[in-house]
Design a protein around this ligand. Structure first.
Ligand SMILES: [Fe+2]
Length: 185
């Protein structure tokens, strides 16, 4: 399973702290072990169940968010780092883990298509994601990003790193909600 995670997530290598890099890897390993989805399913299933006929896959969306978050953090560091310190490992680890709980939120229906699981209905992925990450020893500033990346996080005082991941995630999602933005297949 470890090899599968390394193949899915080349961006894990961007994390400089070896302990955090290993904890992030282990969190994904654990999620895949407990998920009805197989690693390669993530290269095929749509990234959201909220958009009909979503043309972008889970991994395309997740990796795009990590790239947006890192490049945004670099720009903010360059121009505003003097006043707004940013921990790049926290941004990258948080972005890679933000949706790890989704692996417990999906299940494959009898038609072979992904749908929301019973657990997913009871506990959305920010909650299960934090639980998985804490089990693997991931530090609190990274778990804060998992917890606060989605709408639930609007009730939380986000760190700078959490704002970056939140906005990266939404800018790679919201345009799809307007069908006129999306190129027909
Ligand atoms: Fe999410």
């Amino acid at each position: 399973m470890r090899d599968a995670v390394v193949r899915l997530w080349p961006e894990i290598q961007w994390i400089e702290n070896p302990k955090l890099r290993e904890q992030v890897t282990q969190t994904w390993v654990k999620a895949l072990e407990r998920s009805p989805l197989k690693p390669d399913d993530l290269n095929h299933i749509p990234f959201t169940l909220l958009i009909a006929n979503c043309p972008i896959t889970f991994m395309e969306h997740k990796r795009c968010v990590v790239h947006i978050a890192r490049q945004s953090a670099e720009a903010m560091q360059e121009f505003m780092g003097r006043a707004l310190p940013i921990n790049m490992d926290t941004v990258v680890a948080g972005a890679i883990l933000a949706d790890v709980g989704k692996l417990l939120e999906y299940e494959l229906g009898p038609d072979g298509k992904s749908r929301q699981s019973e657990r997913g209905e009871a506990l959305r992925h920010p909650f299960t994601g934090v639980a998985l990450a804490l089990e693997c020893g991931v530090r609190d500033d990274v778990c804060h990003i998992i917890a606060a990346h989605a709408a639930e996080g609007d009730l939380v005082k986000r760190t700078t790193e959490a704002y970056i991941v939140h906005h990266a995630d939404f800018m790679a999602y919201l345009p799809f909600k307007n069908a006129r933005n999306v190129k027909p297949k």
